[in-house]
Design a protein around this ligand. Structure first.
Ligand code: UDP
Length: 499
């Protein structure tokens, strides 16, 4: 009997690719054969991690798709959403991904897998799979809390009754009282343009016809919102996270998503030299681009805390580098500040005992990685669903402190040169998180307990482990029913025993 075969088709951005590879490893560890569809440059990003997984005996295969950049009006080789030259390329990027349809269709027809787990950004994947008799699952990569908010607000006419962009209102129909503004809920200061509205509509429709949703979350974190979202969609949601916890070896934690700009052992040596729970880790994700003046303000705020910190700076401009050296910033903060220019081994840093707080942009992967490590968070949302995730961290699980961002940065790329968060706010939020009297102690205790719950969820018998088993069994049955070649009960049991 052949083992089940799952195809993973992640969107070409770190926040989608990284968890997809984790899911592939988790499935393969349970006896499933996994094929991952990526473009060559995205394949490079995960090559080391995937090669190691294959060498350890896991049945994972990587297949390359050619992204038709030139045909879609993109510069040649522009295969990562997170390295697009400017905001103007966003729609063309989506156009290019839609042109992958024939290649994906050919692949699925050829290998006839058990199911296709395709990113939400590929709405056409539902059609492709359904026509070939394959169940399609949607992977959103975000929380069921923010999916519920978006569905309750964006996909109803609710916003039509909200005149102001910046006045707070209460999100209707949620178990908690969540206050948010229109632009925060949208994660954008502009109304969507007609092409984006169309893409959103297609995403929404493709979910209606899909077999369900795979979510990187866990029951103990947001069970009310998992149920809420499943009810809104009338679909099953398999919660199998936090997927980052499948990375146990130091090398897997250190090389997740990219080769880090600092050696893992160098980073660990630095962290080892600091007291448990004392270090602030600062990273605003893989997409958002922070302007120079805001970066300077952030640095001065970190310096003012007098606490040890690891500060991840992506794409530092020459002007910012000059500022650092003119100010002698690194000498001033001495052994107390570690600057990582480029890709950081985030999970390695967060899971180190010295790390006590996380300044995060509230991307869902980062949020969940913070939760899994049991650290409190300082929330600095930039765009997209990050404001919803901030509400979740601060208002639902209550493990974070807001730095005070009110307005999204359009598509996460700051070109305004303005300062949204002043150095005093950076210091205030960090002090409140790391100290903060009784309230602070309670917040840290909640974070610690959630970290324990996250680890239990992915252990043998934990909620996410059980959900993973269900996912595999459900897909084998569904595929059999789609193919109308109903497997008899004995064969299904035989497959179930394999997984
Ligand atoms: N990440 C990392 N090193 C970095 C920046 C990001 O390992 O220097 C990883 C991080 O651990 C997370 C992912 O990249 O898994 C970012 O995803 P998230 O959803 O948090 O935010 P996005 O980058 O998509 O906005």
């Amino acid at each position: 009997m052949e083992p089940p075969h799952f195809v993973m088709f992640p969107f070409m951005a770190q926040g989608h690719l990284i968890p997809a590879v984790d899911i592939a490893k988790m499935l393969a560890k349970r006896g499933v054969t996994v094929s991952i569809l990526v473009t060559p440059k995205n394949g490079c990003r995960v090559k080391k991690v995937v090669d190691r997984a294959i060498a350890s005996g896991l049945s994972i295969r990587v297949f390359h798709l050619r992204l038709p950049c030139a045909e879609a009006g993109l510069p040649e080789g522009c295969e990562h959403f997170d390295t697009l030259p400017s905001k103007d390329h966003v729609l063309n990027f989506f156009k290019a991904t839609a042109m992958l349809r024939d290649q994906v269709q050919d692949f699925i027809a050829r290998v006839n897998p058990t199911c296709l787990i395709a990113d939400m950004c590929f709405p056409w994947a539902t059609d492709v799979a359904t026509q070939l008799g394959i169940p399609r699952l949607v992977f959103h990569g975000t929380s069921c809390f923010s999916l519920s908010c978006v569905n309750l607000l964006e996909n109803s006419s609710f916003f039509e009754g909200i005149a102001s962009d910046t006045e707070y209102f209460v999100v209707p129909g949620l178990p908690h009282r969540i206050e948010i503004t229109k632009i925060q809920a949208r994660g954008s200061v502009q109304e969507l343009n007609p092409e984006s509205v169309e893409i959103r509509k297609q995403i929404f429709n493709s979910e209606e016809d899909a077999a369900g949703t795979v979510a990187n979350t866990f029951q103990e974190l947001e069970s009310e919102y998992i149920n809420k979202y499943a009810n809104i969609k009338s679909k099953k949601v398999w919660c199998i996270g936090p997927v980052s916890l499948c990375n146990v070896e130091e090398s897997d934690k250190a090389e997740r998503g990219n080769t880090a700009a600092i050696e893992g052992h160098e980073c660990l040596k630095w962290l080892d030299s600091h007291a448990p729970g004392s270090v602030i880790y600062v990273c605003l994700g893989s997409i958002s681009r922070v302007g120079d003046v805001q970066l300077m303000e952030m640095g001065l705020g970190l310096e003012a805390t007098n606490r040890p910190f690891v500060w991840v700076i992506r794409n530092a401009s020459d002007a910012f580098e000059s500022w650092l050296s003119e100010e002698k910033f690194e000498e001033r903060v001495g052994g107390r500040g570690l600057l990582i220019r480029g890709w950081a081994p985030q999970v390695l840093i967060l899971s180190h005992r010295a790390t006590g707080g996380f300044v995060t942009h509230c991307g869902w992967n980062s949020t969940l990685e913070g939760v899994s490590s049991g650290v409190g968070m300082i929330t600095w949302p930039v765009f997209a669903e990050q404001f919803c995730n901030e509400k979740f961290i601060v208002g639902v699980i209550k493990t974070g402190v807001r730095v005070g961002v009110e307005v999204p940065v359009q598509l996460g790329m700051d070109e305004s040169g303005e300062v949204q968060v002043k150095r005093d706010d950076v210091k205030r939020a960090i002090d409140e998180l790391m100290d903060g009297g009784v309230e602070g102690a309670e917040r840290r205790e909640r974070a610690r307990r959630l970290g324990e719950a996250a680890k239990r969820a992915v252990e043998e018998g934990g909620s996410s482990q059980v959900s993973m088993t269900e996912l595999m069994q459900d897909m084998v049955r569904l595929k059999a029913s789609y193919s109308d070649k109903s497997l008899d009960a004995t064969k299904l049991d035989e497959i179930s025993s394999l997984i």
